[in-house]
Design a protein around this ligand. Structure first.
Ligand code: FE2
Length: 298
């Protein structure tokens, strides 16, 4: 192929890929389903809906409608691992998207994007290492306290460096979580200690799946560890996967269900999340997702 043909063909291919990633795949939501054998013998199955990284901005009506319809899955428990908003006026839309899910038992932690409004940057920066390296703001400028107030007023447990206890689907569940380690707000010492062995299930919740935190939760006896933050790599290579994880976890566990540690007793689910930063509004080979984890007896 001659150069004067190759250049326009390459440009056309690139434009098509950008169009696909920003318009089609970014709105091509998918529900992942997993079965996790983590309950005591004889327990009835428990449906846990895991949502993460919606990064909601006003006007994302498709995303809001898709999230709202997740209530049809009839989950016993909803877990939100943060980065829910990316705009100062996004909270009403986020609550509206959750809709009837707020009437169910739920827990949440925050991510950095719930606190710091995203700023314009080169989208390629996402591929250049953890974004915490680039953060320069000192003070939060998003209404994260209002977000927490609204969710707790609905009955959801705030697990930012806190423990909690709830009943879902008739099961007694001990829960604990940490704030976002990506911006050094995690304080594991506030939740440290053996998870109650008398509970039917123990769940550890965090935004960023940093290996050190996963080790701590697993060592304290948490059966199921839930995290988001990675966006599954967001811009992936077909048949290869994520190029970056944006945190300390390895590429192979950038999303999906795995054990932690590799041969250990705990299960880890990392959600690839539902959104993107408004300044990098593209996903490629990494569809936006929510997950329904059906917990079953060991
Ligand atoms: Fe995120």
């Amino acid at each position: 192929m001659r150069l004067r043909t190759l250049i326009p063909a390459t440009a056309a291919l690139g434009a098509a890929a950008v169009g696909y990633a920003t318009v089609i795949e970014r709105n091509w939501f998918v529900l992942r389903r997993y079965e996790v054998p983590v309950l005591p013998p004889g327990s009835a199955p428990l449906r846990v809906l895991h949502i993460s990284d919606t990064h909601l901005t006003p006007g994302r009506k498709r995303l809001m409608a898709w999230v709202r319809a997740l209530d049809e899955l009839d989950p016993h428990l909803v877990v939100n691992t943060g980065d829910s908003i990316s705009h100062p006026q996004a909270i009403p839309g986020f609550l509206d998207a959750l809709g009837p899910l707020l009437d169910r038992p739920g827990v949440f932690v925050l991510g950095s994007n719930d606190m710091y409004a995203p700023e314009p940057h080169n989208p390629a920066r996402y591929l250049m290492g953890p974004s915490s390296r680039w953060r320069i703001k000192k003070e939060p400028d998003l209404p994260w306290e209002k977000l927490c107030d609204e969710l707790t007023a609905a009955g959801w447990l705030d697990l930012n460096n806190q423990r909690g206890r709830l009943t879902a689907g008739g099961l007694d569940i001990a829960v604990a979580g940490v704030h976002d380690a990506h911006v050094k707000r995690d304080r594991y010492e506030k939740v440290a200690g053996q998870a109650d062995p008398a509970a039917g299930l123990r769940i550890g919740v965090m935004h960023s799946p940093e290996p050190g935190l996963l080790d701590l939760f697993a060592a304290d006896g948490y059966d199921l560890l839930l995290a988001g933050h990675t966006h599954g790599g967001q811009l992936c290579v077909p048949f290869y996967g994520a190029l970056v994880t944006n945190c300390g976890i390895e590429r192979e566990r950038v999303r999906g269900l795995h054990r932690h540690p590799a041969e250990g007793p705990a299960w880890l689910h990392v959600s690839a999340g539902l959104g993107t930063s408004p300044w990098a509004p593209a996903r490629f080979a990494c569809r936006p997702e929510a997950s329904l984890l059906t917990l079953t007896p060991r």
